[in-house]
Design a protein around this ligand. Structure first.
Ligand code: NDP
Length: 280
């Protein structure tokens, strides 16, 4: 049974989902279909992944009732102008085959682009909630200063902040800033995009529980209270990563994994202050 987390807009989100970054578009309907068969009901996609149509096909084929599914997408870095937010959000809904999306995130703040104006982008995303086509508005890769600014200039706090976090990069600064504002944290790259899977300390904890290293890392995130959606192309790993709610780490084991944090050196993705990629 997957736990749920209550968000600051009073909606609930499954704490465990399935990630789709680097799932090739032509394989997405099949891969996400398998994840739904395994039992995942929360899917994380993005305009920039190019695979929203495949997610939509998997949802349609599954015949799972809409209210049992939780679907997230994210605004492409190329669509930050308010008119582009609204236009591209309509495209996202059409590709996913949904009338309403559960969660839509500003994928990156891009403080060096669009004259540093991510506030009007945030206002446009919150406007989608007011229209009824979106249930919950959130952000991704927002550093403490970015969060402070959108909240102080609009009075509207995002429900979630999706940020890189894993044993080698705990990202506690952005996590704590999010929590201070009542913003739930989603940990992207929960396995360090694979980097943390060879860790010897975690392997010892895994042996003690008779679990895999991946399960131990994901359980650590769950016990920190974060939301995770590991990605895998392999069905046996989908099943493995889904089994996180039948065991617990001891406080000492949690602390041992906390101690693996390498700070900025552990980061595997770009820094949000300087990331400035725009699609063609
Ligand atoms: P993850 O930390 O989920 O790691 C994925 C890697 O781990 C893949 O190489 C996968 O290989 C491997 N893996 C998964 N499960 C296992 C297992 N049980 N045993 C061994 N290897 C395993 O990285 P992601 O970057 O995919 O992050 C998760 C999700 O977060 C993304 O899919 C996406 O939805 C989101 N994300 C958001 C970002 C943002 O900017 N907001 C940035 C990056 C990700 P294989 O597929 O071969 O099994």
């Amino acid at each position: 049974m997957v736990a749920t987390i209550k968000l600051n807009d009073q909606t609930s989100i499954p704490q465990l989902g399935f990630g789709t970054y680097l799932v090739p578009p032509e394989e997405t309907a099949d891969i996400v279909g398998q994840a739904l068969q395994v039992g995942y009901r929360h899917i994380d996609t993005a305009q920039m992944y190019g695979n929203e149509e495949g997610v939509g096909q998997a949802i349609a084929r599954s015949q799972i009732p809409r209210e049992d599914l939780y679907v997230t997408s994210k605004l492409s870095t190329g669509n930050h102008r308010p008119d582009d937010v609204r236009r591209s959000f309509d495209e996202t809904l059409a590709k996913l085959g949904l009338e309403q999306l559960d969660l839509f995130l500003i994928h990156w703040p891009l403080p060096t682009l669009y004259d540093g104006d991510y506030v009007s982008t945030w206002k446009a995303v919150t406007g989608l909630v007011a229209d009824g086509r979106l249930r919950t508005a959130g952000v991704s890769n927002f550093e403490p200063a970015h969060l402070d600014r959108i909240i102080s200039e609009t009075g509207l706090a995002p429900a979630v902040n999706q940020i890189e976090a894993h044993p080698y990069f705990a990202n506690n600064t952005a996590r704590e800033a999010s929590r201070r504002h009542g913003v739930a944290v989603e940990a992207w790259g929960p396995l360090g995009q694979g980097a943390a899977l060879q860790d010897e300390e975690i392997a010892k904890i895994a042996a003690a529980h008779g679990k895999s290293v991946s399960q131990i890392i994901l359980r650590w995130h769950i016990q920190r209270g974060d939301i995770v959606f590991p990605k895998t192309m392999r069905r046996e790993r989908m099943t493995e990563n889904f089994q996180l709610f039948d065991f617990s780490l001891t406080p000492e084991q949690v602390q041992a994994i906390d101690a693996l944090d390498r700070g900025e050196e552990g980061r595997v993705g770009p820094h949000p202050d300087t990331f400035a990629y725009l699609p063609d």
